[in-house]
Write a protein that binds this ligand. Structure first.
Ligand code: OGA
Ligand code: MN
Length: 196
């Protein structure tokens, strides 16, 4: 089962990549909902930092849409349920005390990326586990947009292609990562399981 593998990896080394976390059908349905919301103009430029976040596209060029009941279509609700199952399974095995999840769609326009960072805010340590699910069809190496991820005590990052259906998850306070500039629109669903 996927959850068992994820739990084992989160215990050590604290991160994992799961190709085919979503089937091609689930991914396509979620991509459609993401693209429909994007076409309706619901996304806004992502900010840097917490609270009145500043938009600084040279650091972070994506646009996001936070997901709530008004936004979530059937495919989105299905993945919310799947992630809820993962949250409960992780809590039972690892005692991380994950209390809730905040989720957004992200769309990187061509030319944009996200410079090297950690996901936990200095002023707010609730974000505990990052989950990213990619929604892109036929992503090619030439499309750029790799997730560069630094496993602990490793000078060179590994590169993960944002292939549709792939899940990346990691402990939010421990791993530096960045998004290389994408040469075509790059879509994902990204979220954080939080402690209270
Ligand atoms: C983020 C982030 C990585 C990715 O949204 O904080 O680092 O591969 N995303 O989309
Ligand atoms: Mn991040």
């Amino acid at each position: 089962m996927q959850a068992d593998k994820i739990i084992t990896a989160l215990a050590d080394p604290g991160w994992c990549v799961v190709p085919d976390f979503l089937s091609a059908t689930e991914t396509a349905a979620l991509r459609s909902e993401c693209l429909a919301a994007h076409a309706s103009g619901a996304f806004h430029a992502a900010g840097v930092g917490k609270g009145v976040a500043e938009v600084r596209t040279e650091i972070r060029g994506d646009q996001v849409l936070w997901i709530d009941e008004t936004v979530a279509g059937p495919a989105t609700r299905a993945i919310q349920e799947k992630l809820e199952g993962l949250r409960c399974a992780v809590n039972q095995s690892l005692y991380l005390g994950l209390f809730d999840v905040e989720l957004h769609f992200a769309a990187y326009p061509p030319g944009s990326g996200y410079r090297r960072h950690l996901d936990r805010f200095q002023s707010d340590d609730r974000r505990t586990l990052t989950v990213i699910v990619y929604l892109n069809e036929n992503w090619m190496a030439a499309d750029g947009g790799q997730l560069r991820f630094w496993p602990e005590e490793q000078a060179e990052p590994i590169e993960i292609a944002p292939t549709g259906g792939t899940l990346v998850t990691f402990l939010a306070d421990r791993f530096w990562h960045e998004v290389a500039p994408a040469h075509r629109q790059r879509l994902s669903l990204t979220g954080w399981f939080r402690r209270r």
